[in-house]
Design a protein around this ligand. Structure first.
Ligand code: FE2
Ligand code: FE2
Length: 146
């Protein structure tokens, strides 16, 4: 995958911003936008030939971000009695597990590449945000939370 063209393309801007006006919760919108920042940071590191060097701190930042962001979403889902909370929470846990396994692999000396993390982020944006988060956003709008 060509990350450079991905970052410049409408695809990335579209997945971030298309759901945003409908999402209704500013904090979560801003946090979704931060995902693009992580992809940009990884791309920049890879372009500078520093992917391996900078992967671990970026992975740590992404993991912290994921925990906090998912917790905020899950609290909102609980507050609004979102019917698909279990399915959505399970999807969060899968992403957290993927990030955790990547950290464990890296820390045990196995080969983990910046592109691996970029792929997780890309899937998170295109699958999770565009599907699970959008559905929750629509529910919030219908609930009058937006
Ligand atoms: Fe989200
Ligand atoms: Fe989510």
């Amino acid at each position: 995958m060509n990350w450079s063209s991905l970052l410049r393309s409408d695809i990335m801007a579209g997945v971030i911003w298309r759901p945003a006006p409908d999402f209704g919760i500013r904090q979560l919108e801003d946090e979704h936008h931060q995902l693009l920042g992580f992809v940009a940071e990884l791309h920049e590191a890879m372009a500078a030939g520093e992917g391996c060097l900078r992967l671990r701190p970026i992975l740590a930042d992404v993991s912290s971000f994921a925990s906090e962001h998912f917790q905020a979403e899950e609290e909102l889902m609980s507050d609004f009695r979102y019917p698909a909370v279990q399915e959505h929470t399970r999807a969060h846990q899968e992403i957290l597990l993927e990030l955790h396994q990547m950290a464990v692999s890296y820390d045990s000396g196995q080969a983990v590449f910046a592109a691996d993390l970029a792929t997780v982020l890309y899937r998170w944006i295109t699958n999770h945000v565009k599907q699970h988060d959008m559905r929750f956003g629509e529910f919030l709008m219908m609930s009058g939370a937006g």
